[in-house]
Ligand binder design. Structure first.
Ligand code: AMP
Length: 374
């Protein structure tokens, strides 16, 4: 099914990913409707239609289905009933397969292992007793559902870490996985269209904020060997094809020595792909729109080296988030993207800046700005 311009794309979730999808869709002539409980959300500010309701409000889901020719989402924890309804009564080209796999870390890791792709060793932990029986050092306990950016996780390096982990294991189903002594974290953003066409963006090298695991910086091209780069892309293609994934898929990976291990999947545009907006011929958001609408995919080629810096609430004037003064010195090389969130809080993703040109100079400029130095 090919959707021609000037039809409506419905997006579930109105945060920054929805907003940037919407901006790309609007540039291509689509109308956009968004479903989001928070009024005046980042996507609602730029969409044609804003439906303000809970994600599991079936009347709102029906309304979105009625006015949209194609439906997509910006996050993976879509309500199960909503998903079933949309699959039957609307056009959801991404289907529910990848979402269902992704909604449980155990299913996700098992699917990857079954494809023959390297992942950390893991065990399902369905009770406190199982946890006590299986625990080993060093390991990481993660809730199977709902966690992201390191939330609902405990690193277990010694007996001192057991109490926090037991508290999580007593309340939630979890997986216990091997702690990976990675030398780098990288990611691959891959798009697969309804026609089966595949396109891969250059590998990103990602740096997370110590302590809370929130992405802070992506450097592209990643500073890894050609061999590792080729392997990362090979794994990404295998995953997208095996899962029959449609749209953009973000894949987070660990580099350990000469091997790559997959950490997790995000069946949507991904924070580590924001660099594509200014550094590639086609952005991950435009690529997503093309992929779900059955249009030919755009050229993913990178034309400029880039350092993407995330702007969290911590990096803004929290009393006056519109104060751009700290960013002015970076603007000669930086493309600033702010998401229109009124309130800046620590850890909240408020925007990002793509620093273009020589990577070492961009890193120096980011450092000299003092914005990201604690
Ligand atoms: P996740 O929520 O699985 O994306 O994890 C968030 C971050 O925690 C990752 O980006 C890593 O920095 C770290 N992390 C997750 N799993 C592991 C692991 N098995 N070993 C070491 N670090 C990990």
């Amino acid at each position: 099914m090919t959707i021609m311009p000037y039809k409506t794309i419905g997006i579930i979730g109105g945060g920054q990913l929805g907003r940037m999808m919407c901006l790309a869709a609007k540039a291509m002539g689509y109308f956009v409707a968004v479903l989001e409980p928070e009024p005046n959300c980042p996507c609602g500010q730029v969409a044609d239609i804003e439906i303000t309701a809970a994600y599991d409000d079936m009347n709102a889901i029906k309304k979105l289905a009625e006015i949209s020719n194609v439906i997509t989402f910006e996050f993976e924890n879509i309500d199960y009933d909503a998903l079933a309804y949309l699959e039957e009564h609307a056009y959801l080209p991404q289907g529910s397969n990848v979402l269902k796999t992704k909604q449980s870390r155990f299913r996700e890791k098992s699917a990857l292992r079954d494809m023959g792709i390297p992942v950390a060793d893991f065990h399902l932990i369905d009770s406190l007793e199982t946890f006590r029986e299986k625990v080993f050092f060093p390991s990481v306990l993660k809730t199977t559902m709902g966690g992201y950016d390191g939330k609902g996780q405990a690193v277990i390096k010694s007996e001192d870490d057991i109490a926090k982990a037991e508290e999580i294991a007593s309340k939630y189903e979890c997986i216990l996985e091997q702690f990976m002594p990675f030398t780098k974290e990288i990611s691959v953003i891959i798009a697969r269209s309804t026609t089966g066409e595949i396109s891969v963006f250059p590998v990103a090298e990602n740096i997370h904020q110590p302590g809370d695991n929130i992405l802070i910086q992506s450097i592209v091209p990643a500073r890894i060997s050609k061999d590792l780069e080729a392997r990362a892309i090979e794994y990404a293609c295998k995953i997208a094809e095996s899962l029959d994934s449609i749209g953009v898929l973000g894949i987070e990976m660990f580099v350990i020595g000469g091997e790559i291990y997959i950490n997790e999947l995000a069946p949507r545009p991904h924070n580590s792909g924001h660099y594509t907006i200014d550094a590639c011929e086609t952005s991950q958001f435009e690529q997503h729109v093309r992929a779900i609408c059955g249009l030919p995919l755009g050229d993913p080629r990178q034309h400029t080296p880039v350092v993407m810096m995330n702007i969290l609430g911590d990096h803004m004037d929290q009393k006056q988030p519109s104060n751009l003064a700290p960013y002015i010195p970076l603007l000669p090389r930086g493309k600033l993207h702010l998401y229109g969130k009124a309130e800046a809080r620590d850890g909240r993703k408020m925007g990002h800046i793509n620093l273009l040109g020589d990577i070492d100079e961009s890193l120096k400029a980011a450092d000299a700005s003092g914005i990201w130095n604690p």
